[in-house]
Design a protein around this ligand. Structure first.
Ligand code: FES
Length: 174
């Protein structure tokens, strides 16, 4: 039986090892090392953080401290599509809360989950997208959708759904 997941994982750790070699002992290069690590995995797995600390000769507390301080770093897997829903004042007064509720329902996210189990979507509530005149607003990856009604949400999200995964999912697009 093919243990393809484990194999793919091994390949990524091998690639990380090669990538980090240029940072060996460079304690001041933690941020670029973390950025390259995240580019390989899509997030920062604990095992990878351990390798970064070892190669750069930094204590785990410092590696974790930086990884958790900056918003650009993620310690949990992220979805292929990032859905930013604005929760700022202009959007809130124009029904942004209902749009957010609809996104949560469509993606089948419950109990504070932000990423769908199939890793297709990550919800990222944000304070302001900078398009307040179009409130309520959401973004999917780099695409901006404004003057939203909750009933618009499922059709928008469906455009980003991986067509290979149409069966056995939950929520209105997931
Ligand atoms: S408050 Fe929503 S885009 Fe500015």
């Amino acid at each position: 039986m093919c243990n393809c997941d484990a194999k793919a994982k091994d390949n990524r750790f091998e690639l990380l090892e090669q990538t980090l070699e240029k940072y060996r002992g460079s304690r001041g290069k933690l941020i670029p090392a973390l950025q390259e690590t995240q580019a390989i995995f899509g997030y920062l797995p604990a095992e990878a953080l351990g390798m970064v600390g070892k190669v750069l000769k930094l204590p785990a507390s410092e590696v974790y401290g930086v990884a958790t301080f900056y918003g650009q770093f993620h310690l949990q897997p992220r979805g292929k599509n990032i859905v930013k829903v604005c929760t700022g004042t202009a959007c809130h007064v124009r029904g942004g809360g209902k749009v957010l509720d609809e996104v949560l329902a469509c993606l089948g996210l419950e109990n504070g989950e932000l990423t769908t189990a199939d890793l297709q979507f990550t919800l990222d509530p944000v304070a302001c997208i900078g398009a307040c005149g179009m409130a309520p607003v959401m973004m999917v990856n780099n695409d901006v959708y404004g003057r939203l009604e909750p009933q618009d949400v499922s059709a928008i999200l469906a455009r980003y759904k991986n067509s290979e995964q149409e069966e056995g999912d939950q929520g209105c697009v997931a």
